[in-house]
Design a protein. Structure first.
Length: 314
């Protein structure tokens, strides 16, 4: 009798253990399938295509060429210009996004809601507008006199997209990215306990000292997320450059890495789109994104951010 009881108890224990194993896996299955279908499979396909010569000419019979596409990238005479354009585009736009977004968050968080909410709503307009409509507005603002607002204000009649393409690109992208940072930093600032601000005021801290000693240290998580997210987004985005300048004016003047990959793989002027070369450029971009993410984690001391609190709470 005792042996039968022990066997029944052991069987129930094994059943509970098995159920505890497969039930969580069952809940994870839909997300795993979606990630595999829409992320892992495209990544694997891109990596495979980057080692072939597949194009519109060789589409029916692509050949394995190994590292040839990557060697062609290194031998590209315009590689230096494209890398420089990419670094300029990402660094300047990122600085604008984070800096202006943080400034707007600080300003609108310390004014009455009736004044802060209209400012936030105004800065959200570029983000909610379709990119084509948004670019059309910029093209209208930067036209020659008497139609262009900028030319009329400055008193110089010129097409500012052609004359100052990088300025227009950074401002157009920055107006969109700054709104994201503004919302993120505003919510983070509002979550800071009011006691910290009261204590700073009692200690006689100025507004700048409060920002530097209280607010900014507590914004490391939002700053890490916003910086990493927007860097990766800028590395892979090109729609505003495509719509504003199409990589010009001139030859590769504002062409960035992602735009060049798009034109090689999907849309060039010669009719022979090179899927293999475009895939190689996309693969390089993935590696760059991973490296940049790791550098950001080290820069913001990620281990300290996720470490256990030093004060024990009972």
């Amino acid at each position: 009798m005792e042996e039968a009881t022990r066997a029944a108890v052991a069987a129930r224990a094994r059943e509970r253990a098995w159920r505890g194993l497969w039930v969580p896996l069952l809940f994870l299955l839909p997300a795993t399938l979606l990630v595999s279908l829409f992320y892992l499979l495209p990544v694997a396909t891109t990596l495979y295509l980057s080692f072939t010569d597949i194009s519109t000419v060789t589409f029916r019979n692509p050949q394995w060429v190994g590292w040839e596409n990557y060697r062609d990238l290194v031998r590209d005479p315009f590689l230096g210009r494209i890398l420089g354009n990419t670094a300029r585009y990402v660094s300047l736009t990122l600085a604008f996004n984070i800096g202006v977004g943080l400034l707007l968050a600080l300003l609108t968080s310390h004014v009455p809601e009736r004044a802060g909410n209209p400012v936030r709503a105004l800065w959200l307009l570029p983000r909610i507008l379709p990119p084509v409509v948004y670019v059309l507005i910029w093209q209208g603002l930067t036209r020659e006199s008497p139609f262009g607002l900028v030319s009329n204000v400055v008193g110089v009649s010129r097409n500012w997209i052609t004359a100052e393409p990088w300025t227009v690109i950074v401002l157009a992208n920055g107006m969109v990215g700054a709104s994201f940072g503004m919302l993120l930093f505003t919510s983070a600032i509002r979550s800071i306990p009011a006691d910290l601000f009261y204590a700073a005021a009692v200690d006689g801290a100025t507004a700048w000292q409060t920002v530097r000693r209280v607010i900014l240290p507590l914004l490391r998580w939002p700053l890490l997320f916003a910086t990493a997210y927007q860097t990766l987004s800028l590395l892979t985005s090109f729609e505003y450059i495509l719509l504003l300048t199409d990589g010009g004016p001139g030859f590769y003047t504002t062409t960035v890495w992602s735009l060049h990959a798009y034109k090689l793989a999907l849309s060039n002027y010669f009719g022979n789109v090179q899927f293999g070369m475009g895939a190689a450029m996309a693969a390089v971009l993935v590696v760059v994104g991973v490296v940049v993410s790791v550098l950001y984690l080290r820069l913001f001391n990620f281990k300290a951010l996720v470490g256990e609190p030093k004060i024990e709470v009972n």
